[in-house]
Design a protein around this ligand. Sequence first.
Ligand SMILES: Cc1cc2nc3c(=O)[nH]c(=O)nc-3n(C[C@H](O)[C@H](O)[C@H](O)COP(=O)(O)OP(=O)(O)OC[C@H]3O[C@@H](n4cnc5c(N)ncnc54)[C@H](O)[C@@H]3O)c2cc1C
Ligand SMILES: Cc1cc2nc3c(=O)[nH]c(=O)nc-3n(C[C@H](O)[C@H](O)[C@H](O)COP(=O)(O)O)c2cc1C
Length: 763
Amino acid sequence: MKVAVLGAGPAGLYFAISMKRRNPAHEITVFERNRPDDTFGWGVVLSAETLDNLAANDPVSAAWIREYFAYWDDIAVVHKGVRTVSTGHGFCGIGRKRLLLLLQRRARDLGIELIFESEIADPRPFMASHDLVIGADGLNSHSRATFAEVFKPDIDARKCKFVWLGTRQKFDDAFTFIFEETEHGWVWAHAYQFEPETATFIVECSEETWAAWGFGDMTREQSIAVCERIFVRHLGGHRLMSNAGHLRGSAWINFPRVLCERWSHKNLALLGDASASAHFSIGSGTKLALESAVALADYLHSEPSLEAAFDKYESARRTEVLRLQSAARNSLEWFEDVERYLDLDPVQFNYSLLTRSQRISHENLRLRDPDWLGGAEAWFQRRSGNTDNVRRAPMFAPFRLRELRLKNRVVVSPMAQYKAVDGCPTDWHFAHYAERAKGGAGLIYIEMTCVSPEGRITPGCTGFYAPEHEIAWKRLVDFVHAETETRICAQIGHSGPKGSTQLGWQQSDAPLVTGNWPVMAASDVPWSPANQVPKPMDRADMEKVREEFVASAEMAARCSFDMLEIHAAHGYLLSSFITPLTNRRTDEYGGSLENRMRYPLEIFQAVRAAWPAEKPISMRISANDWVGDEGVTPAEAVEIARLLQAAGVDICDVSAGQTSVRARPVYGRMFQTPFSDRIRNETGIATMAVGNIYEPDHVNSILLAGRADLVCLARPHLSDPYWTLHAAVALGDRDVKWPDPYLPGRDQLYRLAERNATMGLKV
Ligand SMILES: Cc1cc2nc3c(=O)[nH]c(=O)nc-3n(C[C@H](O)[C@H](O)[C@H](O)COP(=O)(O)OP(=O)(O)OC[C@H]3O[C@@H](n4cnc5c(N)ncnc54)[C@H](O)[C@@H]3O)c2cc1C
Ligand SMILES: Cc1cc2nc3c(=O)[nH]c(=O)nc-3n(C[C@H](O)[C@H](O)[C@H](O)COP(=O)(O)O)c2cc1C
């Protein structure tokens, strides 16, 4: 095959080598615009695993690379003058220039022609003269631009500015992150040694800080001089150096995240950064480029045609690319938002940094550095007021709100059971909630319990509006208090535009087949075209419903519930005021956020006055309508939380969505937790996170990273009422209290877990 490779970066060179290794008869030419040793950047990070993959593909170049590898195990974080070190992270690095020179040598040895100082503006002549053309021409690929309408690149220029520098100062003991507060804002560095005399020193800051420093108007030398001043305490008298001599201007750039819909066109395939980039903070760009090069070379030899090889290359590599890009996105967003976390305690800040990509979990950190993690867990326990056994996972830390004391941070999220009769809880509710209270969670919720018959969602919803409701709920609360250490929260709400609908397991949110009752809302906007048009509430309606909320709160207080939550999420009545999608009012209850929040806050104030002062109140909100700027956005949710905080709400239960049939949620593990994180760390209000959180690892990492104060699990508690007790067994924690009659079951479970652990099996 006659092959032209455009670009002699890691992707192009390694592809050429991999092809030639598979068939020496290939005639391969690599074209590069720069001179052989004229490369930007300093060191790149690879992992031991990547190197193993390379060794399997080409042992010769892998051995050469290995010879020049710098290894380090530690990550150091310098924040507020405190240097915290954790270990067990296992990185290796090599100079980018060194890597390219080794690959060039290997390519030449294999008979590949390398043509330098050859700028290729257009791949089309090569497509006509060669069997195969590889566009490995990097982030600003001309190959990609030439066929932009085919490849459909999505290029997202990220918010921070960075410059890739080097230094002779030694960072050979740890991959080091340094955060410095300057008169114009925070500036930070990612520093790592990659050869005995030189370390990479990437300087990064927000666009605002960059502009305030005037870096955009400085020459490269002036920029470097400022960076040297900022990091003077860490440079030991050494200079910072740039080797981006061939680049114009100050060499600061915004990282472009590249993803293309397609990676091939006719006989041209994109490879490396040209097809997909991964942010440098997870150090995977070169790994992606090298591994994709191997995969493409493989498929070109295993598949019957170019087309089939390209198809396989795209489908097989896309998943890996998306996986890495998702981790890279988490990581780069963490740095973009880092100013939100800089006030955290250095221990929590460090934990947050280490787990930022969500690839390193809590237990994974324990494997890497049990001492450091143990110290961090002890810090969390002490800060939570636990002085007894501080060597416990964060989920088992106590929590206090007003006079409410929770024994741990796990919450059984509210879940409608649709089993009530005329609003009255039945034996079903007693058995269901009693089981969950015995299951070890610190707090359990009862489902959204409605303030009036018309305020119910379905005919099966529970209420707080008739004397028999009070009797039934009180029986449950008394049992929970008598038999368990779990606390119990009542969620009260009004269905608004989503009322008079079918049971959860029927056609959820659809009107009843018969027996519908009239519904009301902020405005006459129906939930869907199939639902009733609600009556826009007038003043009398608003006062009546407010008094119903107060009467329900009073009933919950008489039942001795420990905490109250007002449901202002998921498109129900109060939510219909908050979201602009359903609030079209022109009075003082519509328009600005302050106006849209007015009625929910009036309800809160009235309920607060009726609820015992020593007991907390939470509000549940939808922090994202998932419809873009037309609805509530995560940024607006921060403002909502500020209003709640100012009004005296004790904790914000941060849910999302279910406010519009047009919503397009992005699901995933812990997918709503970022909203809780943002609200908590930007406003300081306590938060609960919820949504697809299902493993102890998730709960522990959310808590220790300071992304929420409590963690709610809903569906996991439908399949396992004893989720918390089981989590304790899995973590080997023996300090949880089991109900006395169940102790033999507890002992057996711990014994089995120990036996499985010694046999290497998972519990
Ligand atoms: C600041 C920073 C730090 C990074 N740190 C790491 C790290 O630690 N670990 C890691 O794995 N990755 C890292 N990367 C990413 C890594 O550099 C790239 O992902 C990797 O180099 C991709 O390889 P590539 O061959 O696709 O692209 P490149 O390395 O960009 O190579 C493309 C080549 O094509 C040439 N070229 C471009 N246009 C033309 C043209 N028109 N004609 C001829 N030649 C052309 C270029 O000169 C270049 O030599 C970092 C990137 C940055 C920006
Ligand atoms: C069957 C069921 C009923 C629910 N009922 C309520 C409810 O009454 N009030 C409420 O605020 N959320 C309700 N939710 C939402 C949950 O509290 C939770 O926010 C959601 O299920 C996401 O958490 P998960 O991924 O742990 O299930 C319900 C969820 C389920 C599955």
